[in-house]
Design a protein around this ligand. Structure first.
Ligand code: COA
Ligand code: ZN
Length: 346
C-alpha cells in the first residue's frame, strides 16, 4: 500500500492543525500560519461527475484537483470506487488517486459503496474513505443493491479491515448518511431513523458522520432538528453536512448547520452533482458561493476566492457540456469586499 511518506493519518493531523504553509504563499501574501474556522470539502469530482454523461479526461480531473488545492481547499473527494461497468466516469479511479496523492498536504478522499471499494482505496493509499449508506431503505436498495442492515454489516467489515493496518497507515473512515433529510422514493425520513443509523456507524468505528440531503428536500428548521439529534449521539466524532441545492435551500441549510456548530461542509465547484440512483437529484451547494458566504460572515475557510473562480473557469473549459451554476461567478465580488484572507494578510 502506498501511504505516502508520512502516512495518511499524520497528513490528516497536519490538516487538523491547519498548517499548510506552502499552499498559502500566493503572490506576495505570506499566509504561513493560516487558520480555518470551517473546512470546506470539494465533492464535484465524485458527486458532480457521477451523473455527468461525458467522461472528463484524467488530466483535466488532475488539473482541477491541483488548482483547487492551490486555491486553499484542503480536502477533495477525487473519485468513487464503484464498478466502472456501473459508472464509467470512474474507470480512471486509480490514475486519479495516484496523481492526487502526490499533492503535498491535500487530504485525498474517495467514495466507497462496499468492502471491495475499501480494498481498492487501501491499495491506493488514499487518506480518507467515504462510505455511503442510505437511511431510506428503498434508496439503499436502489443505490447499492442491498438492504440497509447488510450495508451496516459491510461497514463493520471495512473498519475491521482498516484495523489490520499499522495505526499510522490507516485512512480515515467517514460514514455518509444518504437521504438523511428526505428521499425521493420514501419522502419524509424520521429523525429517529437517522439517529439509529448514526449510532450503528459510530459504534462500528466511524471517524466522521456526514448528514446528507441527497435529493435537496431539507429546510433550515429540519436541519437544526436533525443536526442536534446526530450531534447528541456523536460525542467527540465530527459531524459534517452535505447539502444539495435542488430547491434553493442549500445555503440557508448551511447557516442552520453553522448555528448547531457544524464545521465541515461538502460542496462542489459550479454546483455540479446528483445521485444517478435517486430520481430528481441535482447539484450540490456551489463551492464558490459557500466560500463567499462564509468569508463574508467572517468565517475563515483558507480559500482564496479569486483563485477558486479561476479554477472554476479552467474546469468549465475542460468539458464543453458541463452546466455550471453559481451566483458569485455570475455577479462577482461586492464592491469594496475585503476577504478574511486579505484582512489577515494586511
Ligand atoms: N469496485 C469495483 N468493482 C466492484 C466493486 C467495487 N467497489 N464492488 C463490486 N464490484 C464488482 C465485483 O467484483 C463483480 O465483478 P464481476 O462481475 O467481474 O465478478 C461485480 O462488480 C458485481 O459485484 P456485486 O458485489 O454483485 O455488486 P452489485 O452488482 O450487487 O453492486 C455495488 C453493488 C455496491 C457495487 C453497486 O451497486 C454500486 O457501486 N453502487 C454505488 C452507486 C453509486 O455510486 N451511487 C452514487 C453515490 S451515493
Ligand atoms: Zn450528494
Amino acid at each position: 500500500m502506498n501511504a505516502g511518506a508520512d502516512g495518511p493519518v499524520r497528513q490528516f493531523a497536519r490538516f487538523a492543525r491547519f498548517a499548510r504553509a506552502d499552499f498559502f504563499s500566493i503572490g506576495n501574501q505570506d499566509m504561513s500560519t493560516p487558520q480555518r474556522d470551517i473546512i470546506v470539502r470539494e465533492v464535484g469530482l465524485r458527486d458532480g461527475l457521477q451523473i455527468h454523461p461525458t467522461f472528463m479526461p484524467t488530466a483535466s480531473k488532475l488539473a482541477w484537483i491541483k488548482s483547487e488545492a492551490l486555491a486553499g481547499v484542503s480536502e477533495i473527494e477525487v473519485t468513487s470506487f464503484v464498478p466502472p461497468k456501473l459508472i464509467a466516469q470512474f474507470a480512471d479511479a486509480s490514475d486519479v488517486c495516484h496523481g492526487a496523492i502526490q499533492l503535498k498536504d491535500l487530504v485525498v478522499s474517495a467514495l466507497i459503496p462496499n468492502l471491495k471499494g475499501a480494498q481498492r482505496g487501501l491499495e491506493l493509499g488514499v487518506n480518507k474513505l467515504n462510505y455511503v449508506v442510505s437511511v431510506s431503505q428503498t434508496h439503499n436498495l436502489k443505490n447499492v443493491r442491498r438492504a440497509r442492515a447488510e450495508s451496516m454489516a459491510d461497514f463493520k467489515a471495512i473498519v475491521e479491515l482498516i484495523k489490520t493496518l499499522p495505526k499510522d497507515q490507516r485512512p480515515f473512515i467517514g460514514a455518509g448518511l444518504s437521504t438523511a433529510l428526505g428521499c425521493s422514493y420514501e419522502g419524509k425520513i424520521a429523525v429517529s431513523e437517522v439517529v439509529f443509523c448514526a449510532e450503528q456507524l459510530l459504534e462500528a468505528g466511524a471517524d466522521e458522520i456526514v448528514v446528507c440531503d441527497t435529493v435537496g428536500y431539507a429546510n433550515p428548521a429540519q436541519v437544526r432538528q436533525v443536526m442536534k439529534a446526530v450531534l447528541g449521539v456523536a460525542a467527540h466524532v465530527p459531524v459534517a453536512a452535505h447539502f444539495h441545492d435542488t430547491r434553493g435551500t442549500g445555503l440557508a441549510n448551511v447557516t442552520a448547520a453553522l448555528d448547531c456548530g457544524i464545521k465541515y461542509f461538502d460542496a462542489s465547484l459550479g454546483g455540479l452533482g446528483g445521485c444517478p440512483f435517486a430520481p430528481g437529484a441535482s447539484g450540490n451547494i456551489v463551492m464558490e458561493d459557500l466560500c463567499f458566504m462564509l468569508d463574508a460572515m467572517g468565517l475563515r475557510t483558507g480559500v482564496n476566492l479569486d483563485a477558486l473562480l479561476t479554477t472554476r473557469q479552467s474546469m468549465s473549459e475542460s468539458l464543453s457540456d458541463l452546466k455550471l451554476h453559481g451566483a458569485l461567478a455570475r455577479a462577482g465580488l461586492p464592491h469594496g469586499f475585503v476577504s478574511t484572507w486579505e484582512a489577515m494578510a494586511a
